[in-house]
Design a protein around this ligand. Structure first.
Ligand SMILES: [Zn+2]
Length: 246
């Protein structure tokens, strides 16, 4: 965890060849009536750690906590940054890390609204650092959903349709592992249930979440368990590391 280290420790890590760093890109936005706004920021902390564990010697940079959440602004409390604001922050992260000698920077979104902005900014991120530094980003939102579905299909196949993509069975289960103190499980309920596909993806970004799901849930939050949560976290980390090329 880069921000928990001292500067001599970071210097030594770099000298020892630990030159890969993982950056989660999260959000502070509504997550239904049962989960707090910090879900994607907290999940980002954990996801980045799990991805880093699977890439030998990788460090974890501080999560970018606020992301592109315009489509959640219909709900009180959501904070959003514009895509060019997020890009400016990501470019400055990459340039800072590259200046210290990191040679591989992996951006990992833990929030659906950051996937497309990251894909769009990737050429600019790469151009901002020296060619000796490789910048990658995981940008496959539908692929990410499949990683959650794979975990739930294995552990609780009868609840597979509850994985809807937001504040659902998977995300609620992950939060039972990460911040159980903040999960209001008695308020977990069903939301808009529909497989997360291209059509639904376009609709939520075009119309906003609130017209699609009045309570803010895509899928169904009921039935969450820590076991499902750990499986979803591991499946996501495994799939992302594979997609990033190990
Ligand atoms: Zn989320």
């Amino acid at each position: 965890m880069l921000e928990e280290m001292t500067w001599p420790e970071v210097g030594r890590a770099l000298e020892q060849g630990r030159t890969t760093v993982v950056v989660a890109v999260g959000a502070v936005e509504q997550h239904g009536p049962h989960l707090p706004l910090l879900v994607d920021a907290a999940r980002g902390d954990r996801l980045a750690l799990e991805v880093a564990k699977r890439i030998r010697g990788a460090l974890v940079a501080p999560t970018i906590r606020v992301g592109c959440s315009e489509h959640h602004m219909g709900f009180p409390g959501t904070i959003t940054v514009r895509p060019h604001t997020l890009e400016a922050v990501c470019v400055d992260y990459a340039v800072s890390l590259a200046r210290h000698g990191f040679t591989r920077i992996c951006f990992v979104p833990s929030h659906g609204g950051n996937f497309q902005p990251l894909a769009d900014m990737l050429p600019d991120l790469r151009a901002a650092v020296a060619p000796s530094c490789r910048v990658d980003a995981y940008t496959d939102l539908l692929g990410f959903m499949e990683l959650w579905q794979a975990a739930v299909r294995r552990l609780a196949p009868d609840m597979i349709e509850r994985v809807g993509g937001h504040a659902d069975l998977a995300e609620t289960s992950e939060m039972l592992c990460i911040r159980p103190d903040l999960v209001r499980q008695d308020r977990a309920e069903v939301g808009h249930v529909q497989p997360f596909d291209e059509e639904l993806k376009d609709r939520i970004f075009r119309e906003g979440f609130r017209t699609v799901t009045p309570n803010g849930i895509l899928g169904d939050a009921r039935g969450a368990t820590r076991e499902i949560g750990e499986a979803c976290i591991a499946s996501a980390a495994d799939g992302i590391v594979t997609a990033l090329g190990g």
